[in-house]
Design a protein around this ligand. Structure first.
Ligand code: AMP
Length: 203
């Protein structure tokens, strides 16, 4: 089993890379952003609470996000009374966004007798992030993809999410990959890391 966190600033391409990896390596792709957007689309009480916060580009409360994540993680563990999982592991995208969430993630995994094998951080220079954001704002239908909101999301990333890198760096599980070029280039780099992890080797 291989459990990965994919990490990066808004516009780094986490979701795109996570989709490609999930398909190639048979991993369950758990995106907290997607889980939240599904709740918003359903109009559930939880989605109604999250919607305005997401539209502003702020972080949704841990009570909501952790509940959705915990439920999704049961899909990879198989869980009591459930069929064994059909996946070879999972790829978590969009979580953790704070050091407190990183600690919660360790706890959730340990409760399921699982562990996080690596954190793959996609590194994209600020200029390139801004360029991609302009592009994405023009074509994405997401309410939180206006330029102003994306800039706010990048600020929040710098303040609250970037420190998560240090949290994982000290545990020796952080791998940083250059994400400044095309999707396929980044994918090739990440797949090299994945192949080493799957062989059980050190990076
Ligand atoms: P994403 O699709 O990962 O860019 O997430 C879209 C939005 O969902 C974020 O801007 C937040 O409002 C919310 N969100 C996603 N993941 C989290 C998280 N781990 N903690 C708090 N809010 C989150």
């Amino acid at each position: 089993m291989l459990n990965i966190v994919i990490f990066g600033a808004p516009g780094a391409g986490k979701g795109t890379q996570a989709d490609l990896l999930a398909e190639k390596y048979d991993l369950l792709h758990i995106s907290t952003g997607d889980l939240l957007r599904q709740e918003v689309a359903k109009g559930s009480p939880l989605g109604q609470r999250a919607q305005a916060i997401m539209n502003r580009g702020d972080l949704v409360g841990d009570d909501i996000v952790v509940q959705l994540l915990a439920q999704a993680l049961r899909g990879v563990a198989g869980g009591e009374g459930q069929e064994p999982s059909e996946y070879r592991g999972c790829i978590v995208d969009g979580f953790p966004r704070t050091v407190a969430q990183a600690q919660t993630l360790e706890f959730l995994f340990s409760k399921l007798r699982l562990s996080i094998d690596a954190i793959i951080a996609i590194d994209v220079p600020r200029d390139e992030l801004v360029r991609r954001i302009h592009e994405r704002a023009a074509i994405s239908g997401r309410a939180d993809d206006t330029e102003e909101v994306i800039r706010h999301r990048i600020e929040l990333y710098d303040e609250q999410t970037r420190p998560v890198l240090d949290y994982y760096r000290v545990s020796g599980r952080l791998v940083t990959v250059d994400g400044s070029e095309q999707i396929a280039d980044t994918n090739t780099r990440i797949c090299k890391v994945m192949d080493v992890l799957l062989r059980g080797g050190k990076r």
